[in-house]
Design a protein around this ligand. Structure first.
Ligand code: NAD
Ligand code: HSE
Ligand code: NA
Length: 430
């Protein structure tokens, strides 16, 4: 029997401990599928004494994670520290430079420095694998890069952040407040070390940039992704969406058309009948559309120790088997440059919810502004009647341009009778 593949893991938090648990509990089937045993021989973490539910006894211990890259008894580095800079980046660079295969769960690193790291990995002829980085346990990277490799993909859409999906689901189903739902997601190990990365949409944007690069065969600059998070989504809008036959989801949407690639992450109204509307809790979904395959829908757990451990270990089995696909699906020299389509070029229907003074002429003023900007209305609902208090008015538009909508909103927000900043959510027909 071939000697075991020796693994060095840096970072023993949710993901690192999850990887060790999967390797321990499924050791027999993993070695059968890998063709050899996969054994952790070295680790780097901060606290030697912490109980992680897995034993680190007998493993070489490094206080400095970058030193793992130089351990001659380690064949593959598994990076589970996180962050696009600092020790995670230094370790991955050092390992690749030393010709060591790397498996990482780090989407921030791959979205920000993936192009350079892919070039380094290619130059050294070593694998750089990152299945856990996108949609956790869903084999989204393998599906898009390998399973759909025969297709020209036109669009990839996803629920890509488990924490946000958990919060939105919990607000809708249990009437929870935002802060309470976020605390629960943190307790369950779904959230990033800094949960602002989740709720402000950055984490989903990292994953979308990676998916777009895989789907369209070229690295996507992270700064080109349009990003909005879920802090502005209120319980009222969640209820009104239900009444209108929609669910509110934080989606990542990447398209490749004649004018180039557009990538955006923001809350969306999704028709309640669409399968993605029923992907709830920590579950993620990835929908890909290809010219020969048609639509492919993948759903599964996007965060947590078990799902991410599953994805990391699948990458380790590929490495043990000698399966090695270039990071973006094709060698660097074959990647095609493509133009970026800005958010200002977007068009679609919009949901607007205004809190207004209930008096004659207010709706006429609002619709007058929409008329001036060439925006046509599909429907309008006023909830309640109260001359003393603000009332909610919901407007649903026909398809209109983002630039016209932004200009109209500025004028609507400035009207005396409009008491709060308008809530705006884009409607996606999918
Ligand atoms: N939690 C999830 O569900 C999930 C899912 C997919 C991907 N990820 C990604 O996996 C990575 C790890 O996430 P996590 O949730 O396990 O985070 P975590 O905070 O639970 O674990 C990170 C660990 O790294 C350790 N660490 C930090 N600096 C270190 C250093 N200099 N040397 C050694 N160890 C150090 C920390 O002590 C901590 O134990 C991140 O890139 C994250 O984005 C997480
Ligand atoms: N914080 C991330 C972890 C998975 O990448 C999420 O909530 O989806
Ligand atoms: Na995945």
């Amino acid at each position: 029997m071939t000697r075991p593949l020796a693994i060095g893991i840096a970072g023993l938090g949710t993901v690192g401990a999850g990887v060790m648990t999967v390797l321990r509990d499924n050791a027999d089937l993993i070695s059968a599928r890998a063709g050899r045993a996969i054994a952790v021989t070295a680790v780097s973490a901060r606290d030697r004494t912490r109980d992680r539910g897995v034993s680190v006894a007998g493993l070489r211990w490094y206080d400095d994670p970058v030193a793992l890259a130089a351990d001659p008894g380690v064949d593959v580095i598994v990076e589970c520290i996180g962050g696009s800079e600092g020790p995670a980046r230094a370790l991955v660079e050092a390992a690749l430079a030393a010709g060591r295969p790397v498996v990482t769960a780090n989407k921030a690193l791959m979205a920000t420095h993936g192009a350079a790291l892919a070039a380094l990995a290619e130059q050294r002829g070593v694998p750089l694998a990152f299945e856990a980085a996108v949609a956790g346990g869903i084999p989204a990277i393998k599906a898009i890069r390998e399973g759909l490799a025969a297709n020209r993909l036109s669009r990839v859409t996803g629920i890509l952040n488990g924490t946000c999906n958990y919060i939105l689901t919990s607000m809708r189903e249990k009437g929870r407040e935002f802060a309470e739902a976020l605390a629960e997601a943190q307790r369950l190990g779904y959230a990033e070390a800094d949960p602002a990365m989740d709720v402000d949409g950055t984490d989903a944007a990292h994953k979308l940039a990676i998916l777009a690069a895989l789907a369209f065969g070229r690295p996507v600059a992270f700064g080109d992704v349009h990003v909005e998070g879920i802090r502005g989504v209120s319980a009222l809008d969640i209820r009104l969406a239900d009444d209108l036959g929609y669910r509110i989801k934080l989606l990542g949407i990447a398209r490749c058309g004649e004018n180039g690639i557009s990538t955006r992450v923001h809350p969306c109204m999704v028709p309640a009948a669409h399968p993605i509307a029923h992907v709830d809790g920590v579950f993620n979904a990835v929908v890909a559309e290809g010219d020969f395959v048609g639509r492919v829908v993948l759903e599964g757990r996007g965060a947590g120790a078990g799902p991410t451990g599953s994805a990391v270990v699948a990458d380790l089995i590929d490495i043990a088997r000698g399966r090695h696909t270039p990071v973006w699906g094709a060698a660097e020299a074959a990647l095609q440059p493509v133009a970026t389509v800005p958010m200002s070029a977007h068009s679609g229907p919009y949901y607007l919810r205004l809190m207004v003074v209930d008096r004659p002429g207010v709706i006429a003023d609002v619709t007058g502004v929409l008329r001036d900007h060439g925006i046509s209305l599909e429907s309008m609902i006023q909830r309640g009647r109260s001359p003393a208090e603000a009332v909610a008015v919901v407007l649903v538009t026909h398809e209109c341009g983002e630039a016209a909508m932004s200009a109209a909103l500025e004028r609507i927000a400035a009207l005396d009778a409009v008491l709060e900043p308008p809530a705006v959510i884009r409607i996606e027909s999918l």
